[in-house]
Ligand binder design. Structure first.
Ligand SMILES: Cc1cc2nc3c(=O)[nH]c(=O)nc-3n(C[C@H](O)[C@H](O)[C@H](O)COP(=O)(O)OP(=O)(O)OC[C@H]3O[C@@H](n4cnc5c(N)ncnc54)[C@H](O)[C@@H]3O)c2cc1C
Length: 385
């Protein structure tokens, strides 16, 4: 495909997604958020638009768009309601992992249904014992002939209740040095012996299920070992998480942009002491800082996405983009609330939802403390004296 064709596809896709957000997502967001109800119809519409298979190659039924387009779509969706990215976010890490590391048989078996959204899924990495300390995971997959027997549990798994297929990380060797070399990836489908447990009640990112997944003597065929090789799970999931960090950065930009647009509009309508509050320098300073931060975050995210499209590993750039975009998202949504005064604190306007949704981006796909550690480690290697 030529660059011109790719740009045309991007522009068409973004236009369709913008219409979907305006006509369908925004009118339903507040109610789903309030009720914490799963947006099944919206998820089905996203499947019809091909969004479950955005980065899946066309030969497997996906749209085959680049990571840059993928990030732009996440920003557009998040401007309407960040939760609507939930059904396709960690699902896309699963499809990325299978596309990049799956055997030919695994790709043929799983990708077509995942691309159309007939089957939906996610990433099962975090455990009750910790999400940051991936290498310390306790879920164990013991080889037994042509099968593995898996015991353990995962928590905070997006799409855990509603999803079908998961990229499941488990230790196949508890004694490797370093420990992360004992981690393997599996493609695990519900209905074959594991269950969803508790569904967590969250401050934001509501409507999307965030659940436990419980594995008790769960038997999985060695054909479902990702790439049919043990010990590669850490590497596979870190690569998938790079696209995850880009999508989280893009979500943060979408939420921040929506908050900024609400604030700049409100500032021109709201009058105090006979003048719109937008005429006051303190409000103008806030608006200028909000827009500048969003612009910088977007440039960083697009840079990380473009580098990923060139085939590079981008843990540093994706980490920086996710770190910066998520931090400014929290700042911008709080400033939007300030500009709205008391009205911003009320459930009547979406500003309070933007504020509640923002912190997820600080925590998800690796906390910002960990992003800083990864960034610093890379920098120290690059500038070693
Ligand atoms: C809504 C939601 C959805 C999620 N969806 C998924 C999903 O689909 N799949 C999945 O696998 N996980 C998912 N997660 C889990 C998420 O990735 C983890 O919560 C996150 O990685 C942090 O892990 P933790 O919660 O165990 O915190 P911990 O690892 O216990 O960390 C607690 C605190 O200590 C800090 N910390 C930990 N270690 C260090 C260190 N070495 N140096 C400095 N600071 C440190 C952390 O930054 C954090 O501030 C989701 C989480 C949420 C909230």
């Amino acid at each position: 495909m030529t660059t011109k064709q790719q740009l045309e596809i991007r522009s068409q896709l973004l236009s369709v997604v913008r219409d979907f957000v305006k006509q369908d997502v925004i009118p339903q967001a507040a109610e789903h958020d309030e009720q914490d109800s799963y947006p099944s119809e919206l998820a089905d519409q996203m499947a019809d638009l091909g969004l479950f298979g955005m980065t899946v190659p066309e030969e497997y039924g996906g749209l085959g768009v680049d990571v840059t387009t993928f990030a732009m779509v996440f920003e557009e969706l998040s401007k309407g309601w960040m939760s609507i990215t939930g059904p396709i976010g960690s699902h896309s890490m699963l499809t990325w992992g299978i596309t990049k590391y799956g055997t030919k048989d695994q790709k043929e078996r799983w990708l077509p249904d995942l691309a159309t959204g007939k089957k939906r899924g996610g990433l099962a990495l975090t455990e009750p014992g910790g999400g940051t300390d991936v290498a310390g995971m306790q879920t164990y997959a013991k080889k037994d002939g042509e099968e593995y027997v898996i015991n353990g549990s995962k928590q905070f798994i997006t799409n855990g209740k509603n999803g079908d297929v998961f990229m499941l990380l488990a230790k196949t060797d508890m004694n490797t040095d370093p420990p992360h070399k004992g981690i393997s990836g599996f493609i695990a489908e519900k209905g074959t012996g594991f269950t969803a447990g508790k569904d967590f009640n969250k401050v934001g990112y509501r409507g999307v299920d965030t659940s436990e997944l419980l594995f008790k003597d769960y038997r999985i065929s060695s054909d479902d070992l990702l790439g049919k090789q043990e010990g590669n799970g850490f590497y596979q999931v870190m690569d998938s998480l790079e696209t995850g960090r880009i999508n989280v950065a893009a979500r943060a930009i979408g939420v921040a942009q929506a908050a900024f647009e609400a604030a700049i509009k409100y500032s021109q309508q709201r009058e105090t002491f006979g003048r719109p509050i937008s005429s006051r320098q303190s409000i103008q300073n806030m608006l200028a800082d909000m827009a500048t931060k969003i612009h910088a975050a977007r440039l960083m995210t697009m840079d990380a996405a473009e580098r990923k499209d060139q085939g590079d590993r981008v843990d540093q750039e994706a980490g920086m983009a996710k770190l910066y975009a998520s931090e400014i998202c929290s700042e911008v949504t709080l400033d939007a609330m300030r500009i709205h005064g008391g009205a911003g604190y009320m459930k009547d306007l979406p500003v309070e939802r933007y504020y509640r949704d923002a912190p997820l981006m600080i925590i998800g796909e690796g906390t910002n403390e960990i992003q800083r550690l990864v960034i610093a480690k890379n920098l120290l290697k690059r500038y070693e004296i």
